[in-house]
Design a protein around this ligand. Structure first.
Ligand SMILES: CCCCCCCCCCCCCCCCC(=O)SCCNC(=O)CCNC(=O)[C@H](O)C(C)(C)COP(=O)(O)OP(=O)(O)OC[C@H]1O[C@@H](n2cnc3c(N)ncnc32)[C@H](O)[C@@H]1OP(=O)(O)O
Ligand SMILES: Nc1ncnc2c1ncn2[C@@H]1O[C@H](COP(=O)(O)OP(=O)(O)OP(=O)(O)O)[C@@H](O)[C@H]1O
Ligand SMILES: O=C(O)CCC(=O)C(=O)O
Ligand SMILES: [Fe+2]
Ligand SMILES: [Mg+2]
Length: 333
């Protein structure tokens, strides 16, 4: 068991704090007006790192793609560490290893190719280096402000589809998984570890959907089955056009947690790799999801914490335990 219970005791008092400070700072940014475009800026903060064009693009589309942001050397190091973990040469406390549903439910004895995702690699110094890369944090700060928490870490190794289309990730909004707010101070950084396109299941986004509300999510009714905790938007019938994000090794996309996105099936024989981190302003606050559309995922994560770690905790606490400060001060989350 990882050091969960000790950290929990320290962190519990941070929960359910009033959101006063956060509301005040987000109002300031909401009132900011771009002289260049004469539109109110809501999704980005005043900061000289983004060009007016980049700011405008994120405001309108809910994502921003930066070419060649992470070096090939760093990506090769992350790949090597991933392989060491799969060979079980390193043990990482708290690491969650996901296998595709077709493998998880079969008799097949898995080798390293059966790992479709690693989550919660905060305790692996080599992989966690990704979350602290200065060039990533410079962008993240434009959305979160200076106090930055790494909330969720993933290395996704999308396997060749086994023929049942289970390598797809249904269209969803990441905010469904998050019991913290405000949404505009949360951002995901997702870096392609190799070239990704429609053949190996690149990200698919619906530009502008970050302006919509959080939708109801549930397991899609897919014939071939669906992976555990892969909820999709219920009654997904969007009039918004889809955009396939074709990316090269090292390219990084930053996106808003309400942006509707997913990924298609991997039709190649390779394992499509990406590394990502969801960041939030440390000034965000936890919310109680009881009675909201997030109650289903909240309950699933609580059950998982109980079964896997013997921890009887709230949904919010499962996040407070795993979150790590990467810049500034841990003010609230
Ligand atoms: C403090 C504790 C908290 C722990 C939380 C851990 C993280 C949980 C994920 C949170 C998601 C946040 C995401 C935010 C960003 C947005 C997104 O990423 S959207 C997609 C989100 N969902 C996921 O990424 C979930 C991915 N899945 C996994 O990580 C794992 O599969 C798992 C759900 C954590 C299960 O792993 P584990 O408990 O280690 O599994 P096993 O012990 O091997 O099996 C237990 C049980 O579950 C069955 N199973 C295993 N894998 C799958 C699968 N892919 N699909 C369906 N079922 C699966 C397995 O057969 C066992 O079943 P049994 O009946 O008990 O035998
Ligand atoms: N019935 C559905 N309901 C919800 N989401 C779906 C459905 N079918 C596909 N998707 C989602 O749409 C996105 C694209 O998936 P899809 O497999 O169609 O890939 P694609 O990139 O469009 O490739 P192609 O159409 O060339 O096979 C993924 O997020 C996928 O999970
Ligand atoms: O890498 C992918 O296929 C999609 C990842 C994603 O959207 C997620 O895990 O939330
Ligand atoms: Fe996602
Ligand atoms: Mg399609």
């Amino acid at each position: 068991m990882f050091r969960a219970t000790d950290r929990l005791k320290v962190l519990l008092h941070h929960l359910d704090r009033p959101p006063a400070a956060v509301t005040a700072s987000s109002c300031t940014s909401a009132q900011a007006v771009s002289a260049h475009y004469r539109v109110p800026l809501r999704y980005t903060l005043d900061n000289d790192h983004l060009s007016p064009e980049q700011r405008h693009f994120y405001e309108e589309n809910g994502f921003l793609l930066i070419k060649n942001l992470v070096s090939a050397e760093d990506i090769d190091r992350f790949r090597e560490e991933f392989e060491r973990i799969c060979r079980r040469e390193v043990q990482v406390p708290g690491l969650v290893v996901m296998r595709d549903v077709t493998i998880a439910k079969s008799e097949f004895v898995p080798d390293q190719r059966a790992v479709s995702k690693l989550q919660d690699f905060q305790e692996d110094p080599e992989l966690f280096r990704y979350c602290k890369l200065p060039q990533i944090l410079k962008y993240v700060e434009c959305f979160t402000g200076p106090n930055i928490m790494a909330m969720h870490t993933m290395l996704i190794n999308k396997p060749p589809d086994a023929g049942k289309k289970t390598s797809r990730h249904p269209m969803h909004q990441d905010l469904h998984y998050f019991p913290f707010r405000p949404a505009d101070r949360i951002v995901c950084a997702w870096t392609a570890m190799e070239n990704v396109d429609r053949n190996n299941g690149c990200l698919v986004v619906q530009p502008g959907t970050h302006k919509e509300t959080l939708k109801e999510h549930d397991y899609p009714e897919w014939e071939g089955g669906v992976n555990k905790m892969y909820h999709g938007i219920r009654d997904y019938r969007s009039h918004h056009p889809r955009l396939h994000l074709v990316m090269e090794k090292g390219d990084t996309v930053f996106f808003h947690p309400l942006l509707i996105h997913g990924s298609g099936m991997n039709k190649t024989q390779g394992f499509r790799k990406a590394i990502s981190c969801h960041y939030a302003s440390a000034d965000c606050y936890y919310i109680d999801v009881t009675g909201t559309t997030q109650e289903n995922i909240g309950n699933e994560i609580k059950e998982l914490a109980l079964q896997k770690y013997d921890l009887d905790i709230k949904f919010q606490e499962s996040w407070a335990l795993r979150a790590c400060l990467v810049q500034g001060e841990r003010t609230s989350l």
